[in-house]
Design a protein around this ligand. Structure first.
Ligand code: NAI
Length: 706
C-alpha cells in the first residue's frame, strides 16, 4: 500500500507522536516551489507543535522525490531554495525520518541526506545524477554524501550519476535500513516508532565523520581528477564535483556549502548545462510522433530478421536482449551459420569479459532460430529486413514476405538510403511497410530512425515506436528521402570536410579539431572504422546523377582503389600496423592528397581549427535546416537527437541545431554567405535559415510546435 493520496502538494497529518509529511506533486514529486514551501512549513510546524515528537517524510504515488523541477532551472529563483529547505530539515530539533520508495534522485536524495534517519524499500533507486545535466548536486549533496559514505564512494556516485539500489545504498551507509515489504508508509511509521521508543536523538549528517582516512580521501580525489580529465572530453561539471568534494577535507561544513553553491552557480550559467538540458527534454519529445497519438500499437511477440550480416545479426541481438524470440532468414545454410555465429560472437565476448555467464547465453539462444525458408515467418508479428543495399534484392525479399506473412504483420526495412515508398508500392500491403533504420553496432547504438512512407498506417508507426521502447532505443521520426535525417546531413558535412582536406587541411588536423570540439572521433577516423568501401559503393551508385558542376573530391576514391578501406585492411586515412585500433598518420596518404590537390589545380592554404569547425558545423546546420524545412524531420530537436545518439555529436552542445542557436543564426548565415563566394553551388543558404534570421527567431522557436 502506498500513502493515501492527499490533495495538498505537501500534506501534514499527526499520527500519534509522528508528524507524517507526504509529498504529492505528480507525476514524480519533483521539488517545485510549492513542494519546497510545503516541506519548510511542515518542519517549522513540527518544531513548534508540542504534540509532535518526530517527523516522517514520504512520497505519494510511485516515488519518493525524483529530483529538482528541471523546468525551473535557468528561471529566476523562487524562495525557499532547496539548500535552505535541506538545512532547515537538518537543523530540526526533533528527529526527521525519511522512508524512500521508487526514485530518490538528485534533490530528492539531498532531502533524504539532510534528514536524520533514512529507510529505503528494496526496490528504491537512489542517485545524484546532476552531472548528466551539466550540474553538481547543489543542496548539500557534495558535502553530506562524503560525510556519510566516504570520499571515494561519493565521487563514484556523483561522477557516474548512476543509481544505487537500496541494498547497496545501505551497505555504503547512505541509508540506515532496507524495508522489505512494499508498504512504504507502514515501514516508515514502524521505523519512526522504533526510533521514538529508543529515544533516538537528532543525528545530523553535517556532523557525521566518514572522512576518517585523510590519505585515502586525497588519493581518491587525485585518481578521480586524473580519470575525469582523461575521459570527460571537455565536460565542465565533473571537475566542479571533485572540487566541491575536496572542500570536505579542509573546510567546515558551512564553508563547504558556500563553495558548493558557488560552483553550482558556475555550472548553472554554463552553456554546457543549457545543451545537456536541451538534450534531456529533446529525447523525451521525440517519442511524441503525430501518428502515435491516437493509434494503438499492434502486438509484437515474435520478430523475423531477414539477413544475418553486420546489421541483421546486431538487430537480432537487440531483439533477443529485449526478451523476444527471433527467427533469422538467410540465403543458404552457410550464410545462416555465419549469421548465427555473428550473434553468438556478441554474447561470447560478453562472457570473455565476465559480463555474462554461459548459462545466460544458452538461455537467450533458445529464443533464436534460423532458417533458409521464409515459410517459418508465417506467424511472426514483425519482420526486419537487413539484406544487401540493393532495391531489386530488397523488393524480392518483400515479395516473399508478402507471400508468407500473416495479415497484420509489420514489414520493416533497415535500408540506409533506398526509397521505402518504392519498396512498399511493390507489394500488396503497402500500409504495413515502415523503415526501421538501426545504426551499427545495432545492439549498442541507441538511435533508431523510424522512417514513414506515404502509405503506412498509423498503427504500424505506433508499433515501431513501441518496438523502440522495448529495445531501449531512442526513436526519431524521419521522412523518406535519400539518407533520411542522419545520413542525408552526414553526406553534406562530409563533403565540407573533403573540401577542406583538398584545400589544405590534413585529415589529421580535421579529426583533431573535431575531437577538441567534443566528438569521440573525427570524420576520417569514422570512415576508417566503418570501412571506406561502403561510402565508395554509394558514390559509385550516385555518380550518374551527380551534378557535373558540383565539386567532387577524389581523394577517398584514390585510397579505395588501393583497397585502403580503413582498419579492417590495416590502412585507410591512417595506418593500423599489426591490427592496431588507433591509427597513425600516414605520409603516403598525405602524398596522395598533394597529388590530388595539384590535379585539381589547388594551391593548399592553412586552416585554423576554428575555421574547420565553422565550415563543418555550417554545412551540418544548413542541411539540418533543409531537412526540417522539407518536413523530413518534424522539428529541429529531432535533428539534434539524431546526431546525439547516432553520430557522436557532443551531448553537452545539445545537438547541431541547439549549437546553431548558441552561436547565433545570423552568424551561421553570415558564414555560409562568406563561404558561398568561392563555391555558391555547395553553400546555398537554406530557406528556413534565411527566414528565421529575417524574423529574428531561432531553431528552438520551432520545437514548441507539433
Ligand atoms: P551485410 O552485407 O553485412 O549483410 C547482408 C546480409 O544479407 C548477408 O549476410 C547476405 O547473405 C544476406 N542476404 C542477401 N540477400 C538475401 C536474401 N535474399 N535473403 C536473405 N538474406 C540475404 O550488410 P549490412 O551492413 O548488414 O547491411 C544490411 C542493410 O542494412 C543494408 O540495407 C544497409 O544499407 C543497412 N544498414 C547498414 C549499416 C551499416 O553500418 N553497415 C547501418 C544501417 C543500415
Amino acid at each position: 500500500m502506498n500513502p493515501v493520496t492527499p490533495t495538498e502538494v505537501v500534506a501534514r497529518e499527526l499520527r500519534g507522536k509522528i508528524l507524517l509529511v507526504t509529498i504529492n506533486n505528480p507525476p514524480v514529486n519533483a521539488l517545485g516551489v510549492d513542494v519546497r514551501r510545503g516541506i519548510l512549513a511542515a518542519i517549522n510546524a513540527a518544531e513548534t507543535d508540542l504534540a509532535v515528537q518526530t517527523v516522517l517524510i514520504v512520497g505519494a504515488g510511485r516515488n519518493f522525490i525524483a529530483g529538482a523541477d528541471i523546468r525551473e532551472l535557468g528561471q529566476p529563483p523562487l524562495p525557499p531554495s532547496l539548500p535552505e529547505v535541506c538545512n532547515r530539515i537538518e537543523a530540526c530539533s526533533k528527529p526527521v525520518v525519511v522512508a524512500i520508495h521508487g526514485a530518490a534522485l538528485g534533490g530528492g536524495l539531498e532531502i533524504a541526506l539532510a534528514a536524520h534517519y533514512r529507510l529505503a524499500l528494496a526496490g528504491a533507486k537512489l542517485g545524484l545524477p546532476e552531472v548528466q545535466l551539466g550540474l553538481i548536486p547543489g543542496a548539500g549533496g557534495t558535502q553530506r554524501t562524503p560525510r556519510l559514505i566516504g570520499v571515494k564512494a561519493a565521487l563514484d556516485l556523483m561522477l557516474s550519476g548512476r543509481h544505487l539500489g537500496a541494498e547497496e545504498a545501505c551497505a555504503l551507509g547512505l541509508v540506515d535500513r532496507v524495508g522489505n515489504s512494499n508498504d512504504v508508509l507502514a515501514e516508515g511509521v514502524a521505523y519512526a516508532q522504533e526510533l521514538l521508543s529508543k529515544n533516538a536523538a537528532v543525528r545530523r549528517t553535517r556532523d557525521a565523520g566518514a572522512l576518517v582516512d585523510r590519505q585515502a580521501s586525497l588519493a581518491a580525489i587525485e585518481a578521480a581528477r586524473a580519470d575525469t580529465i582523461k575521459k570527460s572530453r571537455g565536460l565542465f561539471s565533473p571537475l566542479k564535483i571533485i572540487e566541491a568534494v575536496e572542500a570536505t577535507l579542509d573546510q567546515s561544513f558551512d564553508e563547504g556549502l558556500a563553495i558548493e553553491r558557488k560552483l553550482f552557480l558556475q555550472c548553472l550559467d554554463s552553456p554546457q548545462r543549457a545543451g545537456l538540458i536541451h538534450a534531456f527534454f529533446a529525447e523525451r519529445e521525440v517519442i511524441k510522433a503525430p501518428e502515435t497519438r491516437n493509434a494503438k500499437p499492434r502486438a509484437i511477440e515474435s520478430v523475423g530478421v531477414v539477413g544475418g550480416g553486420t546489421m541483421g545479426a546486431g538487430i537480432a541481438v537487440a531483439v533477443l536482449d529485449a526478451g523476444l524470440p527471433v527467427t533469422m532468414i538467410e540465403r543458404d545454410e552457410t550464410a545462416l551459420a555465419r549469421g548465427r555465429t555473428h550473434v553468438e560472437n556478441v554474447y561470447d565476448s560478453l562472457i570473455a569479459k565476465g559480463r555474462m555467464t554461459a548459462d545466460a547465453k544458452a538461455a537467450i539462444m533458445l529464443r533464436f532460430t534460423g532458417s533458409t525458408s521464409y515459410d517459418t515467418l508465417a506467424q511472426a508479428d514483425l519482420m526486419i529486413e537487413a539484406v544487401f543495399e540493393d532495391i531489386a534484392v530488397k523488393q524480392a525479399v518483400f515479395a516473399e514476405l508478402d507471400r508468407v506473412c500473416k495479415p497484420g504483420a509489420v514489414l520493416a526495412t533497415n535500408t540506409s538510403y533506398l526509397d521505402i515508398d518504392a519498396i512498399a508500392a511493390s507489394i500488396s500491403r503497402p500500409a504495413d511497410v515502415v523503415g526501421l533504420h538501426f545504426f551499427s553496432p545495432a545492439n549498442i547504438m541507441k538511435l533508431l530512425e523510424i522512417v514513414i512512407p506515404a502509405k503506412v498506417s498509423a498503427d504500424v508507426v505506433a508499433t515501431a515506436f513501441e518496438l523502440a521502447k522495448k529495445l531501449r532505443k531512442v526513436p526519431v521520426r524521419a521522412g523518406v528521402c535519400d539518407g533520411f535525417i542522419g545520413n542525408r546531413i552526414l553526406a553534406v558535412y562530409r563533403q565540407a570536410a573533403d573540401h577542406m582536406m583538398e584545400d589544405g587541411a590534413s585529415p589529421y588536423q580535421i579529426d583533431q579539431a573535431l575531437r577538441d570540439f567534443g566528438y569521440p572521433m573525427g570524420p576520417f577516423q569514422v570512415s576508417d572504422l566503418a570501412g571506406g568501401d561502403i561510402g565508395w559503393a554509394t558514390r559509385k551508385r550516385k555518380a550518374p546523377t551527380r551534378d557535373p558542376n558540383a565539386r567532387y573530391v577524389q581523394i577517398a576514391d584514390r585510397l579505395c582503389e588501393r583497397a585502403w578501406f580503413g582498419q579492417k585492411t590495416g590502412r585507410g586515412y591512417y595506418l593500423y600496423p599489426d591490427g592496431a585500433r588507433t591509427g597513425k598518420p600516414d605520409p603516403e596518404v598525405e602524398a596522395i592528397i598533394d597529388i590530388e590537390r595539384q590535379r585539381a589545380g589547388i594551391t593548399p592554404r592553412s586552416f585554423t581549427d576554428q575555421e574547420i569547425i565553422r565550415r563543418y558545423m555550417a554545412a551540418m546546420i544548413n542541411e539540418g535546416a533543409n531537412v526540417v524545412h522539407q518536413g523530413i524531420a518534424l522539428r529541429p530537436l529531432d535533428v539534434d537527437v539524431t546526431f546525439l545518439y547516432g553520430y557522436g555529436f557532443p551531448r553537452y552542445r545539445g545537438g547541431p541545431m541547439k549549437y546553431a542557436d548558441t552561436v547565433g543564426l545570423p552568424n551561421v548565415l553570415a558564414d555560409i554567405r562568406e563561404f558561398a563566394k568561392k563555391d555558391p553551388l555547395f553553400w546555398q543558404p537554406s530557406p528556413l535559415l534565411v527566414d528565421l534570421v529575417e524574423r529574428g527567431a531561432n531553431f528552438d522557436s520551432l520545437n514548441q510546435t507539433n
